[in-house]
Design a protein around this ligand. Structure first.
Ligand SMILES: C[S@@+](CC[C@H](N)C(=O)[O-])C[C@H]1O[C@@H](n2cnc3c(N)ncnc32)[C@H](O)[C@@H]1O
Length: 452
């Protein structure tokens, strides 16, 4: 029988087949994060030619949306699944859990018709040799999710249950219950895209359909692939959260100065410093990440000296006028953008990272000329990686002093500047007129000056 385009698009079988690769990619990515403890960035970076990258743009966007929703709503979904999995999750069942999690995410939070989500989840189970004996379980559990799951999910406090206990307890200790709830609420929402522009932000805001933020960044809600937006190929801008653009701006007058950018890759802050005519040496431990920095700078038409070295020990021939140390950290300030972080990091990682940051800071201080300026930053909400690092550095080093934020530096947002002179941002700040346009990464930054 001849099918018309109209009944073609209505055919459930065809729609299900069309949706299968996106669902498979989503389940594989969730398996990588939750069962193999790999970061999404690592998996996606490594598999540039793999499952997700071979998908058409529409399917790739769908796979990303399913992964994002599954991780952002994991606490609620787990409670729903637990209610219907009478004997718990079977062990050694391959991708069974990612299939159930992503299937329930689509039914409960993405308005996917339940019959489509269930049918595709059953097919995914049948495709995985270790999950296939549970295909009937997938069908039964997801049916119950579609019948009764919404009521269970809605009765829970989403900010609380979708934040793992270890993070919730840390943030309540550091910032109190109200701010913790506000942080957790912003993490439920897909953030907008912020870019830093080489030229005039107003011009690019117009071309990109975005808005200029107080930090000078342009904020937009992208449709389609970032690489296809105007200005990408010509290197007019680069992706950088508004908060992440602040630390490099705290180094004034870099034109013609020798600046060391420690822990520099993939180079967002290097690009800012070079664009302001600094003579920048970008140092990173990872050769691969430094190669990405070079690629990024080359797209932007910018150049810096690059050095592959361990910045806890690196000793250049001559000292620097300014040093930026954007240290490796737990990244708990970036969970809006990286919803895998809560499931990859732990208290033990934070202690280990804090010890590394201390060694990096000590070496960074050794690289400064007398009178030179050091900016230290992390995209973490943990005081051990921010406020406490700087307090301890000052206590063991009496030749350094904090140079406090100037009145214009928190960009009119006085709440960002702390009384001690350092800068602290939270994900619930930078509110525009709707949640989709609001928020910023949680960042810490301090500027210190060496005795002259
Ligand atoms: C937070 S990222 C830096 C982001 C970068 N500053 C930017 O703005 O694009 C941290 C970087 O530190 C690097 N790193 C980790 N340990 C290091 C070490 N001991 N010495 C130098 N770089 C290190 C990592 O390879 C990673 O690229």
């Amino acid at each position: 029988m001849k099918t018309t385009p109209r009944n073609k698009t209505l055919s459930p079988t065809r729609d299900h087949q069309v949706g299968l690769p996106a669902r498979r990619a989503a389940a594989d990515l969730l398996d990588a994060v939750l069962q193999k403890h790999q970061s999404l960035d690592d998996v996606l970076g490594r598999n540039r030619t793999g499952a997700l990258f071979d998908l058409p743009t529409r399917d790739r966007a769908l796979a990303r949306a399913i992964v994002g929703t599954s991780l952002r709503r994991k606490g609620q979904i787990d409670r729903v699944l637990e209610t219907f999995l009478e004997k718990g999750l079977p062990a050694r069942a391959g991708t069974l859990y990612p299939i159930l999690l992503s299937g329930a995410a689509q039914i409960l939070f993405m308005n996917v018709p339940p019959h489509a989500a269930i049918d595709l989840a059953v097919r995914l189970a049948q495709w995985d040799p270790r999950a296939k004996r549970y295909d009937k379980l997938v069908n039964a559990v997801l049916r119950r999710v579609s019948e009764k799951g919404a009521g269970i999910a809605e009765a829970l406090d989403p900010a609380r249950v979708n934040t793992p206990n270890w993070l919730w307890q840390r943030w309540v200790r550091a910032w109190g219950e109200d701010r913790t709830s506000a942080i957790a609420e912003t993490q439920l929402i897909e953030p907008p895209l912020d870019v830093t522009v080489k030229g005039d932000p107003d011009i690019w805001a117009e071309k990109l359909g975005g808005r200029v933020l107080p930090t000078g960044s342009v904020r937009l809600i992208p449709r389609g692939r970032i690489e296809e937006l105007p200005g990408f190929d010509e290197g007019a801008w680069w992706v950088q959260d508004a908060a992440a653009s602040i630390p490099a701006q705290l180094l004034h007058d870099v034109a013609g100065k020798r600046v060391a950018d420690l822990c520099a890759a993939p180079g967002g802050k290097t690009a800012q410093l070079v664009a302001r005519a600094g003579a920048v040496t970008a140092v990173d431990l990872s050769k691969n990440r430094l190669a990405r920095l070079e690629e990024n700078l080359s797209r932007l038409g910018l150049a810096a000296e690059t050095v592959t070295a361990d910045a806890t020990q690196w000793q250049p021939d001559a000292p620097f006028d300014a040093v930026l140390l954007d240290a490796p950290c737990s990244s708990t300030g970036t969970i809006r953008r990286h919803p895998d972080v809560p499931y990859l990091k732990s208290d033990a990682d934070i202690a280990e990272l804090a010890a590394l940051q201390t060694r990096l800071l000590d070496n960074a201080v050794r690289l400064l000329k007398p009178g030179g300026t050091l900016v230290y930053s992390t995209c973490s909400l943990e005081p051990e990686e921010g406020e406490a690092q700087i307090a301890a550095l000052l206590a063991r080093n009496d030749s350094l002093r904090i140079e406090p934020m100037r009145a214009d530096e928190p960009f009119g947002n006085t709440a960002w500047a702390q009384s001690s002179g350092v800068l602290r941002t939270f994900p619930f700040q930078l509110q525009l007129d709707s949640p989709e346009w609001s928020g910023m990464d949680g960042f810490f930054a301090a500027r210190l000056v060496a005795a002259g």
